[in-house]
Design a protein around this ligand. Structure first.
Ligand code: GLN
Length: 285
């Protein structure tokens, strides 16, 4: 049997072509099969490990399957979530949506909605950090509904879940929200082939693609959101890095004010947000 140290270095070599973080992923895989945490792994680098259970997992990652699918869990906003194919693996840039939502929730009686919730990551983090009174999470995909429900239960967070297309997933009687957040599909059809194989070959195209310009879903959300927001409520939307000017123009044309962009940690335009002004004479897009 090989030692943990030798095993790590061998896995990292095999993964060098599929990921920018081969050493980190080798550690994740080894911790996953041994049940060790990272501190324990470092203390036991000279221990022998049984590599037979690791082999099929490394082989899957060599085929560019997302590491989160192989592990079955992933971390978002410091919370561990169940993740399974083909749901979008929660990405660090989506954490900005939560940060923006948190700044806008009233202290008492807050109502918030996460549209296109996928694994439930945004609703979960928002609820976990804020104690919002009423949380809704919706998605069109039944797998998302099942996994998000499991994640809310895992963290003991009461979230109402609705399946359906955008706002159609909500019962009509739901009170208007103070905050609506969404990471909808926004990838342009023409850029599909250029996406990394981890994304293109594994994640649900329905959670990524949204028409020729990638804006179909964002347009629908911006058109419909005012019907579901209180006056002064926040709409914050994740988008592609080239879509900022267009999404801001759509928000302003619909009657949102204080429209602004938040960049992600890579310095790219990532979230567009605005405040619903019910007195505006907006055009329907
Ligand atoms: N940022 C994601 C990607 O690159 C896209 C996520 C989305 O469409 N919501 O793949």
């Amino acid at each position: 049997m090989r030692t943990a140290r030798e095993t790590l270095s061998q896995i990292a070599q095999r993964l060098a072509d599929v990921t920018e973080t081969p050493q980190f992923e080798a550690e994740l895989l080894l911790c996953h099969v041994t049940g060790w945490n990272r501190a324990r792994l470092i203390a036991r680098l000279d221990d022998p490990v049984d590599t037979s259970v690791l082999e099929p997992l490394v082989a899957r990652r060599e085929q560019a399957e997302p590491i989160a699918y192989i592990l079955g869990t992933w971390e978002f906003y410091g919370l561990e979530l169940a993740v399974e194919a083909p749901l979008l693996v929660p990405r660090p840039e989506t954490e900005h949506l939560v940060e923006i939502g948190l700044t806008h929730l009233p202290k008492a009686g807050a109502r918030a909605l996460d549209l296109c919730t996928g694994t439930g990551c945004v609703a979960l983090a928002l609820g976990h950090e804020s104690g919002a009174e009423t949380l809704w999470a919706t998605d069109i995909n039944p797998v998302a509904i099942r996994v998000a429900t499991e994640n809310f239960r895992r963290h003991d967070l009461p979230v109402h879940v609705g399946q359906g297309d955008l706002f159609a997933a909500l019962p009509t009687a739901v009170e208007p929200f103070h905050v609506i957040l969404s990471n909808p599909p926004y990838v342009e059809a023409g850029t599909w082939e250029g996406l990394a194989p981890d994304i293109r070959n594994y994640e649900d195209p329905g959670a990524l693609l949204s028409g020729d310009d990638g804006l179909d879903c964002l347009r629908q959300i911006i058109t419909q959101a005012p019907m579901r927001l209180v006056h002064g409520g926040l709409l914050a939307l994740e988008m592609g890095e080239t879509q900022g000017a267009t999404v801001c123009a759509l928000l302003e044309a619909r009657g949102f004010v204080d429209v602004a962009i938040t960049k992600d940690l890579a310095g790219l335009d990532r979230i567009a947000h605005g405040i619903w002004d019910a007195s505006s004479t907006s055009s329907v897009l």
